[in-house]
Design a protein around this ligand. Structure first.
Ligand code: KG4
Ligand code: ZN
Length: 345
């Protein structure tokens, strides 16, 4: 696709139809990771720098947006410089600069997006604004030869969606959560049972040593490809209260919760695959790092499907997926005046 440099308005070919190598530098700062990456032709990671704020937010039990935004300000120049240093590339070697536009925390997004715009302006390169959710899906193009069409299960802290990916740029959301996102449910249940932030990965660890059949938890009945996890969260709350101060079988509760979530997700994903007749399936988003969800989705290979999942470091927020998205997906925001947005409307 032809894009333009910001000052001299020179045409630059970017994406799968480009006739030269593309090196895209991307910045991601939508939540609590300040990240900068350089990716060659959408699939080959040259640098992947992530500054995590977990230590800061741990003491509050969750992300405090104002503090997160300030930490992004402290980290942004450092991660950009490190990406240049690690890659050995200079700004003139970069084909375009990309940044996450939304959804995410507005104050946080502003830092990364303005950095990406500034780099593009100063070095007279094209600017590419990327949707964070599309970027999560594109993490599956890294180090693989995956090509659409495929079915995607996107599970993150803020979203739970089944997406029909017909082509690099044409995607249809078939269903999504009507209340809590999977990651949100993990974090809330983790807090209920007293695990520190970030709860999801910690709950996953305990679940692996518990009995998944210890407690029968309810799978919400929701129409079509939509999901609901708030009832499950309440059921866990009731279960926790039933121990009334006695020692709780924490590992078994975690394992039973994880079993219920992973079963629900994979059941609907399988239906979607059968209905569309696709043979390829991908998972994406922070919760795609979950051991049981990965296991159950990869078990679809026994039914003849080809399964893709990003490497762990590309599941949670990172900038390589943003660079990959800037390369493959043409539904981007290329106007340098684009504003950040917190939610998909
Ligand atoms: O995609 P992500 O980094 O941020 C958003 O875009 O939301 O996802 C973060 C979410 C958090 O809710 C975190 O608890 C969850 O992903 N998560 C996990 C695991 N690793 C991260 N949830 C369950 N099991 C995991 N192993
Ligand atoms: Zn994310």
């Amino acid at each position: 696709m032809e894009k333009r440099t910001l000052f001299s308005e020179k045409p630059v070919n970017i994406g799968i139809e480009s006739n030269c190598d593309n090196y895209i530098m991307a910045i991601e700062s939508s939540c609590d990771e300040t990240a900068c990456a350089i990716v060659k032709n959408g699939r080959e990671v040259i640098a992947n720098i992530v500054a995590s704020q977990i230590k800061t937010h741990e003491k509050f039990g969750g992300v405090i947006p104002e503090i997160a935004a300030r930490e992004h300000l402290d980290a942004i120049n450092v991660v950009v410089q490190e990406a240049f240093d690690v890659s050995g590339l200079k700004p003139e070697n970069i084909t375009a600069f990309a940044g996450t536009v939304g959804p995410g925390l507005v104050g946080c997004l502003l830092v990364g997006l303005n950095a990406a715009k500034t780099l593009a302006l100063v070095h007279d390169k094209p600017f590419i604004g990327v949707n964070h959710l599309n970027a999560h899906l594109c993490a599956n193009y890294i180090d693989t030869e995956l090509k659409p069409p495929f079915m995607a299960l996107l599970v993150s802290g803020g979203h739970t969606q089944i997406i029909d990916v017909e082509s690099y740029s044409k995607q249809t959301i078939l269903g999504e959560t009507i209340d809590d996102a999977v990651g949100e449910a993990y974090d809330k249940v983790a807090r209920l049972i007293g695990l520190p932030y970030p709860g999801g990965p910690r709950l996953d660890k305990l679940a692996q040593i518990g009995n998944p059949h210890a407690f029968e938890l309810p799978q919400a009945k929701v129409d079509g490809y939509n999901f609901s996890f708030s009832g499950l969260k309440t059921a866990v709350l009731r279960l926790v209260k039933s121990f009334d101060g006695q020692e709780m079988p924490v590992n078994d509760i975690c394992a039973s919760f994880q079993e219920c979530v992973s079963k629900t997700l994979v059941k609907k994903l399988r239906h979607a695959l059968e209905e569309r007749g696709y043979k390829q399936v991908v998972i994406a988003g922070g919760v795609a790092a979950n051991s049981e969800i990965r296991k159950k989705v990869f078990a679809l290979e026994n039914e003849g499907y080809k399964v893709f999942a990003p490497a762990m470091k590309y599941c949670t927020d990172n900038a390589s997926m943003v660079a990959s998205c800037a390369y493959f997906n043409t539904n981007t925001f290329d106007d340098v005046d684009v504003e950040v947005f917190s939610r998909v409307s």
